[in-house]
Design a protein around this ligand. Sequence first.
Ligand SMILES: [Zn+2]
Length: 215
Amino acid sequence: MSIKNNVLERKNERITSLFGAGRTVTIQGTTINGHSGIDFVPEGWVITLEEGEVIAVKDSVSGVSIGTGNDFGNYVHVKVNSRYVLRFCHLKQGAIVKVGQKLKKGARVGYMGTTGFSTGVHLHFEIRDNGVAIDPLPYLEGEIALSVVPTTPSTEPLPPANTSRHVIVAGDTMTKIAGKFGLSLNAANPQIKDINRIIVGQVINLLSPEKSTDN
Ligand SMILES: [Zn+2]
């Protein structure tokens, strides 16, 4: 893989853990399922890959804090536009940005650390699409841009009414979810294409079985 959008100032990032559902991490007996971002080394300054506005900063953690297993330690969230937010986690204490600050592309957001649920110095980087963690890799490789889809004109068809919302929980598989909604796996028709990438907390919408209205 070749990274075109750099998240480290020295542009020397290496990925140590990819995004995905099948990954588990255990630290001191606490296990989390699924990985909502991509992890990077080596230690250095973290920069924002897009210009944006700082919308959240945590800087109170000075060491490892296992907590619930979803503890990102010190972090900075940068809002790119109405759709996408970048999250930079496990940062070293000593915030250099504050909420409301506008950042240019490439500006420093913090220094890599190992605060929170972490076994060593690394960056946990996430892209949230309307709040849902998506796989950052296609963006990092320059295959997609973080642009806002234009507002759909009123002539666009509305989403079907027979849609069921499901929030992914630990242990879910697409087969299980399809069963829950009385669908074949093929008919489940999730929003996501890669069933290996469902992650805990992700929201998917499934079409209910077709009602036979003919004859
Ligand atoms: Zn991570």
